[in-house]
Design a protein around this ligand. Structure first.
Ligand SMILES: CC(C)(COP(=O)(O)OP(=O)(O)OC[C@H]1O[C@@H](n2cnc3c(N)ncnc32)[C@H](O)[C@@H]1OP(=O)(O)O)[C@@H](O)C(=O)NCCC(=O)NCCS
Length: 160
């Protein structure tokens, strides 16, 4: 399979925070942002693999600042690492005050997606071509995270 660049699958997704997305404080629900993160990440993984993908795991998520009704949310997803059938995607969320143009880092997350073949089983995805220094660093860091993540998964499984 031919390797694909990081750029080839990058996703930029923009949302407007509507009243239906907010809580009693007129700030966005965390679950809504989580859903946008999952969607942006899944599109990125799907673009890279050109296969159906499922979310296998989402690493920890911290909300660093509130996002208010009427604000704009910009999500950027790019692929960090590829193994056989799994892909780590990093998603960065920036909120934007439309009246001032100020932008705030709201959350970042690492998600792992697994590509499924027509039989519904994990299937191989194209290798990743990390071109820049940053992309190469992210690839190496993601490889370490993967090892930790799979250890944690085994612990969860043992809990039953
Ligand atoms: C994700 C899923 C397909 C993995 O299936 P599996 O039978 O464990 O398959 P395998 O053990 O062969 O693992 C396949 C790949 O997934 C990776 N993987 C499995 N569980 C993982 C996890 N929790 N986090 C990260 N990667 C994981 C494995 O490392 C492997 O990667 P590789 O092929 O790149 O080496 C399966 O657990 C599943 O379908 N889960 C439900 C997904 C879903 O419905 N998500 C939506 C939210 S409910």
């Amino acid at each position: 399979m031919e390797a694909r660049t990081v750029k080839a699958s990058e996703v930029v997704m923009t949302q407007l925070v509507l009243p239906s997305h907010t809580n009693a404080l007129d700030t966005v629900f965390g679950g809504t942002v989580m859903s946008w993160i999952d969607i942006a990440g899944a599109i990125c993984a799907q673009r890279h693999s050109q296969k159906e993908v499922v979310t296998a795991s989402i690493d920890e998520l911290h909300f660093l600042a509130p996002i208010y009704k009427g604000w704009v949310v910009n999500l950027k997803a790019s692929i960090n690492y590829v193994s056989r059938s799994s892909m780590e995607v990093g998603v960065r969320v920036q909120s934007e005050n439309p009246k001032t143009g100020e932008s705030f880092h709201t959350a970042s997350a690492y998600l792992t997606f697994v590509a499924l073949g027509s039989d519904g089983k994990p299937t191989a995805v194209p290798p990743l071509l990390a071109e820049t220094v940053d992309q190469k660093r992210r690839f190496q860091e993601a490889e370490l995270r993967r090892a930790d993540r799979l250890k944690r998964k085994e612990k969860y499984k043992q809990l039953g």
